[in-house]
Design a protein around this ligand. Sequence first.
Ligand SMILES: O=C(O)CCC(=O)C(=O)O
Ligand SMILES: [Fe+2]
Length: 300
Amino acid sequence: MAAAAEIISEMTSTDALQVIPVAGSIGAEIRGVALAGDLPQDVIDAIRAALLRHKVVFFRGQHELGDASQEAFAARFGELQRHPMVKAAGESDALLELTEGYSASVWHTDLTFMPDPSAFAVLRPLELPEFGGDTLWANAANAYAQLPPPLKPLADTLWAIHSTDYDFDGNFSEEYRARMRDYGQNTKKHVARTEHPVVQVHPETGERSLILGAWLQRFVGLGNADTAKLFDVLQAHVTKPENTVRWSWRMGDVAMWDNRATQHRAVPDYGEGPRVLRRATVLGTVPTGIDGRQSRRLED
Ligand SMILES: O=C(O)CCC(=O)C(=O)O
Ligand SMILES: [Fe+2]
């Protein structure tokens, strides 16, 4: 693997930092950094650069990282975003806990029902099953870049309504829904609905990404049947295996992804668990389409 390693040179505190791609389209492991420490700004900048390029980065052996230091590390990349519906985990201020009860086992981009979905997420395991329970990420920028030419103009003009209806349609366990802040277990209610461009321009890289995912309820101007078929056509370009990376978790691992250029999902192949992870989320900006129009929250 040494040949594949990009050693980030011109930096002082980052001499030990290595960025090693782990798949062809997306994903790199970063070695030589302890996330629980008080990291110098050039290390944070190097991590951010690797993240923008590789879309998801992985760190091993971060056993020192706890709730507070996970939050503190994430906060180096921007303002923390609390989940709008789910209480923070344990004593933490802003961490979302993912357990067997919360099935993230469908492809999604986080928080797309919001007008300002997250920019970054930092995820670490607290308990892992003996086998299975991997996480997959897909490169949404490559998916757009590699769309067959006749599909590009179609995607370019599409907008979609993303809604929390998904959360109330039986997709999450009762245990999980019971943890939803201020909402009754069986309430069917729009907590948030937002209209987003399907092709979004990344605020930092300028790359275009195909943003779809589980909260996408309907394409604007199309009914449910056409939405379902067109969704499948576009989504297949995002999730094809060669556009993804699959991570087999070990204790001490940390994954961090750029939510503006990816989708991800858990693989529920580990029986009854236990499988517990905690996520810190960094607030993003309001997405912009290629014509410069921005996403907008829909009122009921
Ligand atoms: O449980 C997983 O592997 C993925 C969790 C997830 O979707 C998230 O942390 O945003
Ligand atoms: Fe997620």
